[in-house]
Design a protein around this ligand. Structure first.
Ligand code: 3HC
Ligand code: NAI
Length: 698
């Protein structure tokens, strides 16, 4: 590798340019290079100042995350930052692109900071299950006060240059080439006779109510610990001399480095980036995408249209009747008004999107020029086939024909056209303009460039796209069906839906399965149970107590009653007393004596069901890699990010333990708890799911 620090000299200023593409992460070589370059500048006669800049697209994106978990090599970053700050020379950082984590910490150890208007700074370590570990929790509060520093550190958000200037994180914001602007600033400072200004020598930030802040941050993190630990590090900055505070920060950082949460979050970071990295897409050019068609303007169609409009695509939406078309237009305008209110688009953009980029019609011929169509009509095979027949007749050659079906067979849908190679599943999640997940469902005859186009659309819409194969429910809904069943079985056997929801939110899920069912609508599960009834295996246990509620017309939140009762204007419900009666009646008719469940057993059974089905999904090739399952659950099903996903959770807990639990549960219900062959193989070979991810990356 070429030298990661390029040393040049301009009059009395030494320029240290970091060159470690793509984002100038602070690898061992960069740290050593910076250290040596500081030595060289200090020994270089006539040099009075050092300017640190980054080459390429960023100043520095932070510590090199790929080095985490390996033995740390000297010079360690905190020591390097202290060395930079302690230099007798005047040190200036000129920041562009991002300065994140260790990158901002290097900048904070400079004596002055100048940034481009487009620059962003932040301490995102909490998103990796860590806290800043190179003085960030000690220097930032000294510079801008404990409250502002805590907000930046515990949220991990990226702060734009103008706000950073306002807060005092940077001293000047100026447009231009980073090196030239930085050099001019350094010259000004030298000309003014500006003195060195080490942040560590600033007075400590005044105290705040640390315990109350800790509690509030812990509660907000839904089980995530690193933001709360960051509060203690900032507390140390207020209470201890700098050196001792730094040591406290390092100790807390190293403790977090050993946690499961750190492992889970770093797995999520890399998996999020690896998910679209598929061998089958290498060298395949996606088809052009300028205008798309959407069939059906209900919940999903309107959301998909909104997402497409917001990313600059033209949209032609088809509905059955004029009134339905009008209603679809209202839905889309409503969604876009939300974006307008949140400041995501301007009034002019709103007008252009609704008046120019979108057209709504009842005539399929309007689709003759679109590049891709997403069908989002009722979940019924006959209706879908009829729609695809019509699309086949009107769409131009090469147009991608996609279905948003949740469960139906995409091969069968493709067979309704004369061009099955152009047909694919694009499974969005509700609300489609907000949820990040897109399952790209590849059917038997789908052409490679159609798959690439599905991923290109996902990227254009800002989604995390996961490749899935065809089966009932693809990756996500198939696994959901399994862990939902485990939850239903626990209700039959004696746990209440409310205990289960509480145990799982405590585990870190955004919502428990019964609250989710109420939100999605109980009619969906009811219809699915009816659809599957004819093929049901006699040993399959299917609770029917909730069907009785559906028969009375109660479908959850939308009707005000489900597992919970919802009073007007309130999102959260209270337990529905009818449920206990219905469950008791069913237990009696089945001869079940209810037994108590601990929260731990609830989580364990739920997670084992999820992992077991996920292992089947990977084993059958429906998901290419375990990480594809992890990202599906994280971005589509509210799985806690700090566990990395269900497969990562299983690796952390240990696959032999998970298999042993499944085998133990199978003693009571051998039909449901059939261990996945892949899980058995991995246990026998002493391997993990992550080993499969690594195999796939080779
Ligand atoms: N270390 C190692 N690799 C990194 C990295 C880092 N800090 N940041 C990004 N990369 C890699 C990515 O994995 C990706 O690799 P790939 O091309 O092989 O997939 C490549 O750089 C480009 O990254 P993105 O695809 O994410 O590019 P974007 O332009 O979309 O985003 C970014 C750039 C905003 C820098 C984003 O990558 C990011 O948020 N990175 C992480 C920043 C971070 O968390 N920094 C803190 C690190 S922890 C720390 O500093 C501890 C310290 O306090 C001691
Ligand atoms: P919906 O009932 O809200 O909307 C369906 C719309 O399609 C209606 O407005 C209807 O008028 C229109 N429509 C029906 N036949 C049509 C035709 N031949 N031509 C043009 N328009 C037609 O349904 P929803 O919830 O939007 O679901 C649509 C599809 O998306 C289904 O396949 C569903 O399984 C899937 N899906 C639903 C999710 C959800 O959470 N609601 C999530 C992911 C996928």
């Amino acid at each position: 590798m070429s030298d990661p620090i390029v040393y040049t000299r301009h009059d009395d200023t030494a320029i240290l340019c970091i060159r470690n593409p793509p984002v100038n992460a602070l690898s061992h070589a960069v740290r050593q290079g910076l250290w040596d370059a500081m030595d060289r500048a200090e020994a270089d006669s006539g040099v009075r100042a050092v300017l640190i800049v980054g080459d390429g697209r960023a100043f520095i994106a932070g510590a090199d995350i790929t080095e985490f978990g390996k033995p740390p090599l000297e010079p360690h970053l905190p020591v390097l930052c202290n060395r930079i700050e302690a230099s007798p020379l005047l040190v200036v950082a000129s920041m562009h692109g991002v300065s994140l984590g260790g990158g901002l910490e290097v900048a904070l150890s400079a004596h002055y900071r100048i940034a481009q208007p487009s620059a962003r700074v932040g301490l995102p370590e909490v998103h990796l299950g860590l806290i800043p570990g190179a003085g960030g929790t000690q220097r930032l509060p000294r510079l801008i006060g404990a409250e502002k520093a805590l907000e930046i550190i515990t949220s991990g958000r990226q702060v734009k240059a103008a706000e950073a200037l306002d807060m005092g994180v940077v001293d000047r914001v100026e447009e231009g080439e980073p090196e030239a602007v930085g050099l001019a600033y350094t010259r000004d400072l030298l000309a003014e006779g500006a003195s060195r200004r080490p942040v560590s020598e600033l007075p400590a930030a005044p105290a705040i109510d640390w315990d109350a802040t800790y509690d509030a941050v812990l509660a907000k993190g839904r089980g995530q610990i690193s933001p709360a630990i960051a509060v203690r590090a900032v507390q140390a900055a207020s209470e201890l001399p700098f050196e001792e505070g730094l040591k406290k920060e390092r100790d807390l950082f190293m403790e977090l480095m050993q946690t499961d949460q750190r492992q889970g979050m770093i797995h999520a970071f890399f998996s999020e980036r690896a998910v679209g990295n598929l061998a089958e897409l290498k060298g395949v050019t996606p088809r052009d995408l300028k205008a798309i068609g959407v069939i059906g303007g209900g919940t999903m169609g309107a959301g998909i249209a909104t997402a497409a409009l917001l990313s600059g695509l033209e949209v032609v939406l088809i509905e059955m009747k004029a009134e339905a078309a009008e209603a679809a237009l209202d839905r889309i305008s409503g969604n876009l008004s939300g974006a307008l209110k949140r400041g995501k688009i301007s009034q002019e953009q709103f007008d252009a999107l609704t008046q120019k980029a979108l057209s709504v019609s009842t005539d399929y011929d309007s689709l003759s020029d679109v590049d891709l169509v997403v069908e989002a009509v009722f979940e019924n095979m006959d209706v879908k086939k009829e729609v695809f027949g019509k699309l086949d007749a009107v769409c131009k050659p090469g147009c991608v024909l996609a279905s948003n079906t949740s469960y139906l067979d995409v091969d069968e849908i493709a067979a309704a056209t004369s061009r099955p190679e152009d047909v694919i599943g694009l499974h969005f999640f509700s609300p489609a303009h907000i949820m990040k997940l897109l399952e790209v469902v590849v059917a038997e005859k789908t052409a490679p460039d159609v798959v690439a186009t599905g991923f290109a659309l996902g990227k254009a819409l800002g989604k995390i796209s996961v490749r899935a194969g065809v089966c009932d429910g693809f990756i996500g809904n198939r696994i959901l069906a399994s862990y939902r069943t485990a939850a239903d079985h626990m209700v039959l056997d004696g746990a209440t839906p409310y205990q289960i929801d509480a145990a799982l939110t405590k585990f870190g899920f955004a919502m428990g399965p019964f609250a989710v069912a109420d939100l999605a609508g109980l009619d969906i599960g009811w219809m699915t149970r009816k659809r599957k009834a004819p093929d049901r295996h006699p040993e399959e246990r299917v609770p029917t107590y909730i069907d009785k509620l559906c028969e009375e017309g109660h479908f959850g939140q939308k009707t005000g009653e489900g597992y919970y009762i919802y009073s007007a204007g309130k999102r959260a419900g209270v337990p529905n007393p009818k449920i206990a009666e219905l469950v008791a009646a069913e237990q009696q008719s089945l001869g079940i004596t209810p037994r108590p469940f601990s929260d731990e057993e609830i989580v364990r059974r739920y997670m084992c069901a999820m992992v077991n089905e996920a292992a089947k999904v990977v084993g059958e090739g429906i998901a290419r890699r375990p990480l594809d399952v992890d990202m599906t659950l994280l971005f589509g099903y509210g799985f806690p990010r700090y566990w990395g996903g269900p497969m990562k959770w299983a690796d952390i807990v240990g696959l032999p333990t998970v298999l042993a639990d499944i085998e133990a549960y199978a003693k009571d219900d051998a039909w449901f708890w059939q261990p996945a062959p892949l899980l058995k193989t991995l246990v026998a070979e002493g391997r993990t799911f992550d080993d499969l991810n690594k195999d796939a990356a080779k």
